[in-house]
Design a protein around this ligand. Sequence first.
Ligand code: ZN
Ligand code: ZN
Ligand code: FE
Length: 752
Amino acid sequence: MADRERAGLAIRIRGQVQGVGFRPFVWRLAQAQGVTGEVINDADGVLIRVVGATQAFLDALRTDAPPLARIDAVETTPHMFDVPPRGFRIAPSGTEEGARTPVTPDVATCDDCLAEIRDPSARRHGYPFANCTQCGPRLSILDRLPYDRARTSMAAFEMCEACRAEYEDPGDRRFHAQPIACPACGPHAWIEADGERIDADPLDESARRLVAGEILAIKGIGGFHLACDATDAEAIARLRARKRRPRKPLALMAPLHVLCRHADPTPEELARLQSPAAPILLLRKAGVSLPDALAPGQPTLGWMLPYTPLHHLLFDRLDRPLVMTSGNLSGEPQAISNEEAREKLSAFADAFLLHDRPIRRRLDDSVERITPQGPMILRRGRGRVPETLDLPPGFDEAPETLALGGDLKSAICLTKMERALLSHHLGDLEDALSFAEMRKAITDYRHLFEHRPALVAADLHDGYRATRLARALAEELGAPLVRVQHHHAHLAACLAEHRWPRDGGRVVGLVLDGLGLGPDGTIWGGEVLIGDYADYARLAWLKPAPLIGGDAANRQPWRNLLARLDDAGLRELAEQRLSGKPLATLRRAAELGVNAPLSSSAGRLFDAFAAWLDLAPEEQSFEGEAAMALEALAMEADEPGFAWRLAREGGAIDPSPLFDPDALTKMEKPALAYAFHATLARAFAKEARTLVEAGTAAAVVLSGGCFQNALLLDLTLRELEGLPVLHHRAIPPNDGGLALGQATVAMARSLR
Ligand code: ZN
Ligand code: ZN
Ligand code: FE
């Protein structure tokens, strides 16, 4: 037998190549090019063994790969077959399948499935659960790995003959589509009201009720939404009252042609909206205005496109946008099972659009924005997890690590085999149900990824529930607990996102944030740090002011105004501005340090300045409300604006000049709001520039919750022009990214 009939290539493909239709794609390619051999899924990705592969075949593996595939590497080695292969086959998978290859996130309905459900002659015409290898539920239905139907919540649905034929046909786009379903064999939707199933087409009936002003609980991919007509101010008011969510912006959903009546997305925004992750994207209001109550005072609205067939079919019956806010009481985790929804949401919803495909994981919609500097992820959820991040160079020997993050916008992080997995958004742990949810998530993710932590990381703050849980876990596992300063973790998260090498040298971190405990016992949050993954030093900071009343100072911006005005020597002005407040008592508390911890928080300075401009509510109804109003107002100012010069005494940068009574009477408020941003940007950037130009730091890192503010980010970057700067694009700059930073700090310390 001639060797050349047996001599071929083994082609190893690494990356996100399982569960995305990669093997059928290779099969079709091999058919078309007359290549013989086989393709197999294994623990390292996809392995192809072939005879007759040309360069065109190898090129096409990359250029023509299915849209959901992400190819990290294609490696070829010679391969000698025992017998010359006849034809091309998809070989059965190795036993370890899936253990190491990433599971894909849930994917928005693809164009082919959409066309099919609208095609009156198709088997799945009007079917709300159509999906294929290019779209549909993934992580949200997964029980355990490896990812196949028997280990998902689709196991209970036995495939009909027609579906099985598609599932087994390598030429079909549903070849090995694990959630494959049709009206004959798959899940069904129905509508209920007052505990009774209604005998009507569930989509027609839902549309009718929404148009009539009702609030519906709609079961989706990662949980329930509460929906109402977004053009109906009265319905919105009812929804807000029932949900006890007075002002926090509500997310909207609409098909593109409806969305474009109320917003004018740029090409980049459009691409993001239409991407497989289908996130909520913040878009500037434009065109026909919608009720202000959707996002009071905000220049943007959070929009997403329909991302399941059920959504599409519902919008085919509606010519208007819907509010689609998570199905929960404010602060609590959203409902996922039908029973839970009936029990918890009946006080909110007039009717329930339900289905019988169980949801295995509570995944909130991701929230993102496109800034002039590129995309920014504010909340990681459905469509984004469980995407992993390759750890930077230098971490290959690191132990498996579990980091628990903070108590607000909490998320956990697991690292293993040079990858980091940052979990979905778990909510605020102050809520007992969210805390229970976090404990569940730890078990769930550890189980899913066969994670055995040898190292546990947590914040310095002993009072965080996440820290207490980390201590208990570390004890239980017999693993060391590494405590990481909050803003050092923010800095490290940004380094890790950019794959900054472990030995890449020290950087200067401008961390403008809410609150985080410092090792000196004060509360930090406006920091200039220098350091790397393992260590840091604090070089400068916003001059501390007392958080008068402790937690109350986080909710009531005027308390921060009082602290800053008193510090600036404007006591009389404070008395005029804040007459009616118990100033004597508050000042005594501040002087004695009674429930008035000192803080260098930049977030609280935003609050103080918003109150200075009369923009802040007496009591914030959600975190960042006042700061968002300040950013929105500043966006109305003419550029270039003016900036105050802030003095530095020792390490403390004094913001007192911002509170300039003269300017307040002479300048327009938008100009003042803009000047506030410009002043902070200039003062902090100046510190960073000095260090980089002196060769003390190799780059500048921008992190912390304040950098969700696109204007602050933009102005800071302008001040840093010409310097290497790292800022967040894929990991939230807020505490949602904290766990990633904690994990890398803990690993780096264990490695030195
Ligand atoms: Zn599809
Ligand atoms: Zn079927
Ligand atoms: Fe933070």
